[in-house]
Design a protein around this ligand. Structure first.
Ligand code: UD1
Ligand code: CA
Length: 478
């Protein structure tokens, strides 16, 4: 392809979203709507990209530049129509030759391959204008593609200008158009706002090309969902569901087992290796990576996590965690940022971890909080253990040595360490470092205060039970 300029229109208000967030910034499938469009645009390797911004441009502009630093922002102060928007974009771009593609910023299902095929066909046919058209069951609101008796495209007629017969036409302008740059510059100067909406219609360029005797054509896209925009939250949800269906289908084609596609949500940037299994009610978000043979779910949400080969993650919520090969997590685990679990390790039921490096084969099986900790390989942490990392002012670390075995209901008061092969007794509150190989015991010897309940809890069911037991024992003892 020759010189290619892509113009992305994103100046409109999007009032039907009823949102303080600009329409094209609403997320879908893990990216903003315009983020999806820019990804498709980048795939056709354009010479330059111009984004037209207007409404809430202080939000939209920086977002576009963050995603595509080479983009040129063209500011449209007042939204006077798509023809006006494109005129401003052409002035900002300085483009005078080659091909110009115009797209909207709110079509998140658009794929680079479709855009490329459209651009290639436009250039090969040497047209002044090409329209990416689609057939829709409800054409209301769209510009209709008017063809003559020979089937050649004559014009695009907007809804408000259309005759009753033209309103019956079900071939519509998707909003994606390709132009010869020289023709476009001339046409933009000729388009007027003398119409029902008082707007400069970019689509009037089609009729102008025909008047000039130039070639115009439409490329009918089979997959019209790719050009559908979301104008309100209901449409956003519909498109989100469709986008997800496409992503899930793609992973299944690539060898991933998805037991229930309808309740499985996978965002665009997630990577899953073949033979992984995703169980119902699972959301894989952000830059999550799932390695082969891992089984995830049911009812699991992982954001920006990496799950090793053959690992098992059940009913878990995780963010920025790295889980080793063949490790097991859950049910009911909460993995917070900085969690790392080694090969074959275990983070079990009702366990919360944060900034914790847990070694190969190490286990935290039950009811524990592990914050700011390093647990050596093969160590075992007893049920109900708290890593008390916070003294009310600062966070401190706890280190547990290799193959250490700590008892149930321990509290590690950080900063503290337990040496390699050391142990702690049940109920220990570990305030001082435990040397390698030692056993730490902190609880006082048990004292039994006989008759305490009957004297101190008189009149309660507990005291009554104690009295019955005492009387029975007195009887047997005679
Ligand atoms: C437009 C097309 C119509 C097509 C439909 C597809 C025109 C005149 N009509 O109609 O043929 O079927 O899209 O969705 O082009 N925008 C600006 N600045 C403006 C006006 C619009 O940036 O001054 C942007 C909007 O933010 C939006 C896009 O251009 O992203 C389309 O504008 P919109 O007002 O939605 O056009 P439609 O009336 O839907
Ligand atoms: Ca529209």
């Amino acid at each position: 392809m020759g010189n290619l300029t892509v113009i992305v229109l994103a100046a409109g208000g999007g009032t039907r979203m009823k949102s303080k967030t600009m329409k094209v910034l609403h997320p879908i499938g893990g990216r903003s709507m315009i983020g999806h469009v820019l990804r498709a645009v980048e795939a056709v390797e354009p010479t330059s990209v111009v984004a037209v911004v207007g409404h809430q441009r202080e939000q939209v502009g920086p977002h576009i530049i963050e995603l595509l630093p080479t983009a040129v922002l063209a500011v449209q102060e007042t939204q006077e129509g798509t023809g006006h928007a494109v005129r401003i974009a052409m002035e900002a771009s300085g483009t005078t030759s080659g091909t110009v593609i115009v797209a909207a910023g709110d079509t998140p299902l658009l794929e680079g391959e479709s855009l490329r095929a459209f651009a290639v066909e436009h250039e090969a046919a040497q047209r002044a204008v090409s329209i990416l058209s689609g057939k829709v069951p409800k054409p209301f609101g769209y510009g209709r593609i008017v063809r003559n008796a020979e089937g050649d495209v004559e014009a695009i007629v907007e809804e408000k200008e259309a005759t009753p017969e033209q309103r019956e036409i079900d071939e519509i302008n998707s909003g994606i158009l390709a132009f010869d740059a020289e023709f476009l510059i001339g046409a933009l100067a000729r388009i007027t706002n003398d119409n029902a909406k008082g707007e400069y219609y970019l689509t009037d360029a089609v009729g102008l090309a025909r008047e000039d005797g130039l070639t115009v054509g439409a490329h009918l896209i089979d997959d019209v969902a790719q050009t559908e925009g979301a104008n309100d939250r209901a449409q956003l949800a519909e498109l989100g569901k469709e986008l997800n269906r496409r992503i899930v289908t793609r992973w299944m084609k690539d060898g991933v087992t998805v037991m229930d596609p309808a309740t499985t949500w996978i965002e665009s940037d997630v990577v899953i290796e073949p033979d992984a299994t995703i169980l119902p009610g699972t959301q894989l978000l952000g830059a999550t990576v799932i390695r082969e043979d891992a089984v995830i779910g049911p009812d699991t949400t992982l954001k920006d996590c990496e799950i090793g080969a053959g690992a098992r993650v059940i009913r878990t919520h995780g963010e920025l965690a790295v889980i080793g090969d063949r490790a097991t997590v859950g049910p009911f685990a909460y993995l917070r940022p900085g969690t790392q679990l080694g090969v074959g390790g275990k983070i079990g039921t009702f366990v919360e971890t944060k900034n914790a490096q847990i070694g190969d084969g190490a286990k935290v099986p039950h009811l524990s909080y592990v914050g700011d900790a390093e647990i050596g390989e093969g160590a075992n942490i007893g049920a109900g253990t708290i890593f008390a990392n916070y003294d009310g002012v600062a966070k401190h670390r706890t280190t547990i040595g290799r193959h250490a075995k700590t008892g149930s209901n321990n509290t590690f008061v950080a900063p503290v360490s337990v040496g390699d092969g050391a142990g702690t007794a049940g109920g220990t509150i570990v305030r001082r470092n435990v040397p390698a190989g030692a056993l730490a015991v902190s609880s006082a010897p048990q004292r039994n205060l006989d008759g305490w309940t009957e004297s101190r809890r008189a009149g309660t069911a507990q005291a009554e039970a104690a009295r019955t037991a005492r009387e029975q024992q007195e009887k047997t003892e005679g």
